[in-house]
Ligand binder design. Structure first.
Ligand code: SAM
Length: 303
């Protein structure tokens, strides 16, 4: 059941999201993490949130759905290409788990596929090999947004990604704020993380239960050094399971998570003021320094 009033032949960036959903034939199913963005103004703004100096030559989208954002990404890619004259190297890749929508994207954007401008990968974004990409722009499936974010962040590429607002608030929170936690320290380990737009439920069809927010992650090295990233992230996770305890007790009580064989040796060597503080007040650099001490004194097991 297709509505052929637009589609292939329509200039990129001008497709009406409601008409795309109608042409796709299948209705978005919230039980499959399908909430389609139908507000043109939000869709039009999203690609523009990439950092000015971001390389737009290989854009990755996760969860293409009926293609409203894919259309804007093709416009961004071809618009830039026209300006720079290097269109052959441009490519948008979409990973979509739902076979019906993956097939629809190939039909709707058949010309872009034929021109080598668009690749549609049908598969689960948690399992498929990620294609090479220079930046990722996506309205993520919220059920797996954390897992996808932590697949993407270590790639150290700019990301402009829609999350549930509460998740986004935790990603950007600073030490001492109530939303500050494991997610804040882990995300900010890889990138400068900021909310660039809050998006109301009404911008989606069907509407999700909660508000959303677009987050920009601009990769950079942290202002501290960790010798073992996996241990650092495990140590942060462990301490935040005891966020209301003192750091002293959190180190002692979470050896089963951090893998420390000798947490007492860490407590003996650490600064007293630090040990009296709470994990929720420690800056990322203080976590890193304590993780390094824990690695030296606490005999952590291999993960
Ligand atoms: C929130 S919708 C966004 C759709 C579209 N990009 C938009 O903005 O309207 C998320 C999309 O991700 C797809 N999806 C859900 N889980 C997925 C997964 N694990 N891997 C890849 N795609 C997934 C859904 O089928 C759906 O099309």
């Amino acid at each position: 059941m297709t509505d052929s009033s637009a589609g292939e032949g329509t200039a990129y960036g001008q497709r009406d999201p409601d008409a795309l959903a109608r042409r796709a034939g299948a209705r978005a199913d919230p039980d499959r993490d399908q909430h389609f963005l139908v507000d043109d103004r939000v869709l039009d703004r999203i690609p523009g949130y990439l950092p000015d100096d971001a390389d737009r030559s290989r854009l990755l989208e996760i969860g293409g759905g009926a293609g409203a954002l894919t259309d804007r990404l093709l416009a961004a890619a071809t618009g830039d290409a026209a300006a720079t004259g290097d269109s052959p190297s441009r490519r948008v890749t979409v990973i979509e788990r739902d076979g019906a929508f993956a097939e629809f994207l190939r039909e709707e954007f058949a010309a872009a596929v034929a021109d080598g401008l668009l690749d549609v990968i049908e598969g689960d974004a948690l399992d498929v090999d990620l294609p090479p990409f220079s930046a990722c722009v996506a309205n993520l499936p919220y059920g797996v947004s954390s897992e996808i974010a932590f697949r993407l962040l270590p790639e150290k590429k700019p990301l402009v990604v829609m999350f549930q607002a509460e998740f986004a608030d935790r990603m950007v929170a600073s030490a001492g704020e109530s939303a500050y936690g494991r997610l804040s320290v882990s995300a900010q380990h890889y990138a400068d993380v900021e909310i660039v737009e809050r998006v109301p439920k009404e911008a989606f069809d069907p509407q999700p239960a909660v508000e959303s927010a677009v987050v920009r992650c601009t990769p950079r090295d942290p202002d501290y050094v960790v010798g073992d990233e996996a241990f650092f992230l495990r140590f942060v996770k462990a301490l935040f399971t005891q966020r209301r305890k003192t750091v002293r007790n959190a180190v002692r009580n979470t050896a089963h998570i951090s893998g420390l064989d000798d947490p007492e040796a860490v407590v003996d060597a650490a600064d007293e003021e630090l040990l009296r503080s709470r994990p929720g007040t420690l800056e990322p650099a203080a976590f890193a320094a304590l993780a390094e001490l824990a690695r030296e004194r606490g005999s952590p097991a291999e993960a």
